[in-house]
Design a protein. Structure first.
Length: 99
């Protein structure tokens, strides 16, 4: 999903220097390497959103995009679209039209 790729890449462009690469176990050497990894692997893209944006820096960046809901699903709003973590297919998101 192009919108999620752009979202994760924007995060890397703006916050790469804040990431504790050793703590998160990510073996990238540069911002460009991180972006290549996101473009190459959907799993890496989703890992950046699910894990890295939550605890990979000293601040929980994903919190401002998370939509509270009664079912306690992990739902985020990016631009004008909603995405839910697909619990049947871990580390992947699916677009949802209602929350």
């Amino acid at each position: 999903m192009k919108i999620l790729e752009e979202f994760a890449i924007d995060f890397i462009k703006n916050h790469f220097d804040e990431i504790d690469l050793k703590k998160v176990g990510w073996r990238v050497k540069s911002k460009d390497g991180a972006i290549r990894g996101i473009k190459k692997s959907t799993k890496t893209l989703n890992w950046v959103i699910i894990e890295l944006m939550t605890w990979g820096t000293g601040f929980n960046y994903i919190k401002e995009f998370t939509i509270p809901n009664d079912a306690e699903y992990f739902i985020i709003k990016v631009k004008d679209k909603y995405f839910s973590l697909d619990y049947n297919n871990g580390y992947f998101f699916k677009e949802v039209h209602t929350i």
